[in-house]
Structures are given as C-alpha cells and as structure tokens.
Ligand binder design. Structure first.
Ligand SMILES: [Zn+2]
Length: 455
C-alpha cells in the first residue's frame, strides 16, 4: 500500500522525558526517554539533558496514542461547526494521535484535490495526523464510483473510503467498490443502513419510539447490509469495515462472518456502549442526564441509540474482539441544528474528548477490558485495520513516540462550551467522567498537556 506514513516522518519530532509512568498500567513506574520522535530508553532514574522537556507521569498510565477511524471535521464547508484545527485540538485533548476525517464535507471529498487539501491542512495544524477518508461514490450519491485510485495515489495517500452518513446501498456498486478497493489495497468502510427501511426514521424502532410517536429505524436495516456486505467481501476476496455497529444482531452476524474467515472488521462508538433510547423519554428515565427533556435532539444520532440488550451485546463483543475497535463518530453540529424539533434535527454527537472516559466507565470499570485491552481497541486494532505502520505500536525502545498519558484516578465534569470543538452538542453535559488525559505526544512532540493544546 502506498501511503503518507513515511512522509509523516519528515514533520516535527521532539525529545521529552516522561517521569514515573506505568506502561499499560502494569508493573512499577518507569521513566520513558523520547528523542527525535522515538522511544530511546525505558528505565528507572534516567539521566537526561538539563534542557529536555519533562512530563511528570506520577500516577499515570502510558498507552499508545489513540487512533480514531471515524471523525467528522466539517472542513471544507462547515467551518462554523468545526475546523481541522479545532477538531485536531479536541482529538489531541482526548488522547488521539491520528484521526480519519469522513468525506461528507462540502465539497465532498470524492477527488484528490479535496483529500490532499485536508491532508495538508492537518499537517499544518500538527496536533494529530489527519487522514482524509475518500468518498466511495461521486458526491456520496451512490451512483458512480469516485476516482479512488487518484485519491489513493495523491499526496494524502488515501487508504480508507466511505460514503458515511449514507450507505452504499446498491449491491452491484458495492461489489465493484470492494473489487476495486482490493486491487488498490485500500479499505471500504460501510455505513450499514438499508435506506428503504429507514425512510423518515429518527429513532430506534421499539417501544420507546412507539410511545413517543417517532418514526422507527429498525435493526434489520443495519443487519441486512452487514450480512450482504460480508457476503460480497467474501466473494470479492476483499476486506470490508462496518462503521458504528449498533445492534445485538450485527454482533451475531460479525461473529458468524469472522468464523467463516471473511475479512470483516467493525467499530463501535462510545455512545452506543453507554447510552440507550430510554434517554429519549427525558429526565424521568434512569439513563438520562441532568435536566434532560423528552424529545431532546441531543440524543439523536445515526444509527440511533438502541436498547439495553444491544448495549450489553456490544460491550461483550468489544471485549471478545468480535467488534474490533472503538471509533467516535465525532459529529459537530451548530446549535440551531440540534435545538429544534426532533425530526428536523441533524443526527450526531461530539465524541473525541469523551471517548476514553466512556470506555473506562463501560469496559474497564466492569472488568471487560484491562488497560492493555484499551490500547488494543483504541489504538492497535484501528491502526492495523487502516494499515498505519507508525501508530498503535508497542511501548518499546525504537518505536515511534505516539503516546497518551492517562490519569485513571481523576474525574471531571463535561461542559460542552469548555470542549475544544467549535460546537457543543455533547449528550454528556454536566455528567461526571472518570479518567483524564494528562498529555498526548505525537512523534515525541507534546500536543496536549493538562487540558490545553500546545500549538
Ligand atoms: Zn455513519
């Protein structure tokens, strides 16, 4: 696969001494010396030059920097809601060192001019590695394949393609996309939603939507595409990645497909692990946040918040590796796009700065994942799936210093207006979150520290 990983090595690299930190939360604290962007030494009481930047890691865990396969940065086109700079800041503060920016911008990222511009802008900001996702079809219209080869061979070296926000619903077109992607050595990521089953749908099809009189989005709309695409990938000998898996049935289908040896991978969002559709009922319900009203469109997301049993199945699947990784689906929207009638509101939630705490709450606290498991689902697996060779690497001498320091003992309260995003559509307003990102390092350069970005 061609790609920009080697080119990324030419950007700024730094030297830092991290004092007294525990890799993967295991063993006694050690010092980690980073020089020229790589881990140079791991040991106790390391001597370092007087002028080197020191990060105090006391009480903290160090993990490989997180990789988000699914982010909406809104640039170009909706810079009022997010920019590559503001989204990169949110990512660095959330512990990320690489993010994949979805193609549903304006103009759509269906050609190398757009994808190369996003790539260059990300590098200029320099807080995380921003990898543009190319559209599968021209204009996300699902009619004609985009010039995937041009995007893959451009400066951005696009390695993942998705019409996310929309499903590539035509089976013949999806088959061709998979065959083409196989030849290019790139990945197709599918937003699994059979559109003819979700016309007008705004909430999960179930008792809650029925009670509220909201048009339902049935599980089968997702599951029918998941199984179809698994079969198409099998026949094409291609890989397919399922975006934001949200149902118990999808988990069962993924398990089946993996048992058949089909090269299918999948992600789950933090919000589908933590929340369910009972939030749509408002404050009287168990899962709602403080002061939340019924029909609050802050809870509107696509695919929709499901039911308790879906959450349970998704958590177990992430622990078992049936669902491979966590992806945020960070989706900033302007206030007027969320504070309106439920049916009219845009689907999507902020996610970059709250992802880790939610994984701690839903996976680490109940014992479903240890910190090595967190590294697997938030860094190693996503890097492997998209073929990044310099991310998701072991914490070992000679490896790139893309690192995240996490204090597992501190908690914080979410306020949308305090997040780095230009939008504030977080469903977690006023909720207390466990675990804090102390610092993030990209190739040894400290990009975020104590809640502030450094550049
Ligand atoms: Zn999507």
């Amino acid at each position: 696969m061609t790609g920009p990983s080697s080119a990324a090595g030419s950007v700024a690299t730094g030297s830092v001494l991290i004092r007294s930190v525990r890799p993967y939360g295991e063993g006694d604290p050690v010092d980690v010396l980073v020089t020229d962007g790589e881990i140079a030494e791991i040991g106790t009481s390391i001597d370092a030059p007087d002028d080197i930047e020191v990060v105090d890691g006391a009480g903290a865990i160090v993990l490989p920097g997180f990789v988000d396969m699914h982010t909406h940065l809104r640039e170009p086109g909706r810079e009022d809601t997010e920019t590559i700079r503001s989204g990169s800041a949110a990512a660095a503060l959330g512990g990320y060192t690489a993010v994949f920016a979805m193609a549903n911008t304006a103009p759509v990222a269906d050609n190398s001019t757009v994808t190369d511009n996003v790539w260059r802008s990300g590098r200029e900001v320099g807080l995380v590695d921003v990898y543009p996702v190319g559209a599968v079809t021209v204009g996300l219209e699902g009619k004609q394949l985009a010039e995937m080869g041009m995007m893959a061979s451009g400066a951005a070296g696009v390695r993942m393609f998705s019409d996310d926000g929309k499903c590539v619903s035509d089976p013949l077109l999806m088959r061709r996309a998979l065959e083409y992607a196989k030849g290019l050595g790139v990945l197709i990521a599918q937003h699994a939603e059979e559109p003819r089953l979700t016309v007008g749908a705004v909430a999960h099809e179930g008792p809650t939507a029925a009670r509220l009189g909201l048009a339902g989005w049935p599980r089968a709309a997702e599951e029918s595409i998941v199984v179809r695409d698994a079969l198409l990938a099998r026949d094409a000998g291609a890989r397919v990645h399922i975006c934001h898996a949200s149902t118990e049935g999808t988990v069962a289908l993924l398990r089946w497909a993996k048992e058949q040896g089909i090269a299918v991978t999948a992600e789950v969002t933090p919000h589908h692990l933590l929340l369910d559709d009972s939030r749509l009922l408002g404050s009287g319900s168990e899962a709602s946040g403080p002061g939340l009203g019924a029909y609050d469109a802050i809870n509107k997301v696509n695919p929709p918040l499901r039911e308790e049993r879906d959450k349970v199945a998704l958590r177990q699947a992430l622990a078992d590796g049936i669902v491979d990784c966590v992806a945020t689906d960070h989706a900033p929207h302007a206030a007027q796009e969320k504070c309106c009638e439920f049916a009219q509101a845009k689907p999507g939630m902020l996610g970059l700065q709250t992802a880790l705490p939610i994984i701690v709450e839903t996976m680490v606290a109940p014992g479903l994942l240890d910190w090595r498991g967190v590294a697997r689902v938030m860094s190693e697996r996503p890097a492997q799936i998209v073929g990044l060779t310099d991310q998701g690497r072991p914490i070992a001498v000679g490896e790139p210093a893309n690192l995240t320091l996490v204090d597992p003992e501190t908690s914080w309260v979410v306020h949308g207006r305090e997040l780095a995003s230009l939008s504030d559509n977080t469903p977690y307003e006023s909720m207390s979150m466990p675990a804090t990102v102390v610092a993030t390092l990209l190739r040894g350069v400290v990009t975020a520290r104590d809640g502030e970005v450094t550049r």
